[in-house]
Structures are given as C-alpha cells and as structure tokens.
Design a binder for this molecule. Sequence first.
Ligand SMILES: N[C@@H](CCC(=O)N[C@@H](CS)C(=O)NCC(=O)O)C(=O)O
Length: 234
Amino acid sequence: MDPILIYGFPAGSSMGLVAAFEQMALPYRLCRVDMLHDMKNNRYSRINGRQETPVLITDDGHTLTETMAIIRWIERQDVHRRITFDPKSSEADRMYQFAAFVNTGFTAAFSPLWTAYEIQDGDPAYVSSLRKYGRRIVAERHQRLEAMLPESGLCIGDRLTLADTTLIGVARWAEFHDAAEAGDYPKLSALRRRIEAQPAVQFAMAIEAGKSPDGCGAFLGHVPLDEVIDRFGS
Ligand SMILES: N[C@@H](CCC(=O)N[C@@H](CS)C(=O)NCC(=O)O)C(=O)O
C-alpha cells in the first residue's frame, strides 16, 4: 500500500514531513487532523496513544510515531537520495544531529507557550507565568540554534534534506506565539526564507492551508481520519 502521513494543523511540525514526502517523490497519501478539535480523544488514541501528530502508516500498514523514527523510515525509502544522504556518510550524521537538536530541546522549549495557548479560561497569573517562562527558554534555544546555522545554503549543504524539513515546521512557532523578534536571529530568518522557497515546502505550506497545489505527482490524495482510524487503529 501507499504510505499515509497523518499531519496536524494549525502550524504542525508535520508540515515539514509533508515537504519531505513531496521531495522524495514516491507515491504517498496524507491524512489531515485538526489538532485543536480532533486529536484529544479516545478514538484518535487508537492511532497514537499520546494524542499527537505526526503519525505515519507505513507501506506495510503499521503505525509509526515520533518524528525521528519517521525520518529514519524516510531515509530507508529514499533510495534516490532526494531528501537524505548515504546513511554511512558524515553528512547523514550531521543531518541527524541537527534534526535531533530541533526535535528535542528546541521543540520542547515551546511546551509552556502551547499550554498557555490551549488554556481557555485559566487563571491569568498562571497563563502569564507560562508565557514568561516559555519566552525565556524559547529565546535561549533560538540563540543556540542561531549559533549552529550556516550563513548561506540550506542546513546541510545546498539541497533540501530532512534537517531542513525538521526545522521548517517548528521554526515559525516563535512567530505564532509572538515570542521572538525575527531581527534578533538574522541567520535563522534568512535560512527560513531559503527553505520556504523550495517547491516541496511551498507545496506543504499550501496543503496545510487547505489548498490543492500542483505537486510533483507523487501525492495521491487525502484519506479521511475516520477511515484511517477504522483501518489502522488498534
Ligand atoms: N515527540 C513527538 C512530538 C510531536 C509533537 O510535538 N506534536 C505536536 C504537534 S507539532 C502535537 O501533536 N501536539 C499536541 C499536544 O501534545 O497537545 C515527535 O517528535 O513526533
């Protein structure tokens, strides 16, 4: 079967994985999840007990969660090396090092800000503390990231890789939460523009926005979430 990537909106990290599938240019399907309304329930837990996106339904019908595991799966499929490197190369090591930094400390730093965002009628003092703490650790992780970034090209060399696609979904979160000034991180701002200019990323952003962009032909359409849960949920 064709793999199905379950991606979340709004502003999901999984937007980058949509770009990765598009760049890999092998047949794939997508399943769209409204993270604010369709994910925090027992039914979705049948697909991912942690009630998160992304989730991949692999070509043999198994569910695979966790971005790092999904990018490892993509690396194995990407025999033409359109989005990855030879797994034995030093570039592959650097790609994983970068993706792991982004997927752990950088992503986790936003947790207080997402919690504050999702609180509907909470204690204003608590929400304010969450935002204050969140802004502080987001700034610290941005400084670390800024120090790692190249002045030109993409994350690892000149072509789009899983390092870029892991970054691009979460690099916009500071903006979403109004938590950092783009001018304070000039290398990150410039890199984001270069990554977002890539056709596969343009495609993924349009998909996330609910449009029907022309892609490379590998995308075979959306599968409704209910159908994915009925067929593949535990
Ligand atoms: N460790 C997971 C984290 C994924 C993650 O943070 N997903 C977010 C969306 S980008 C999510 O589903 N958040 C919902 C929530 O936890 O409330 C991974 O790397 O795949």
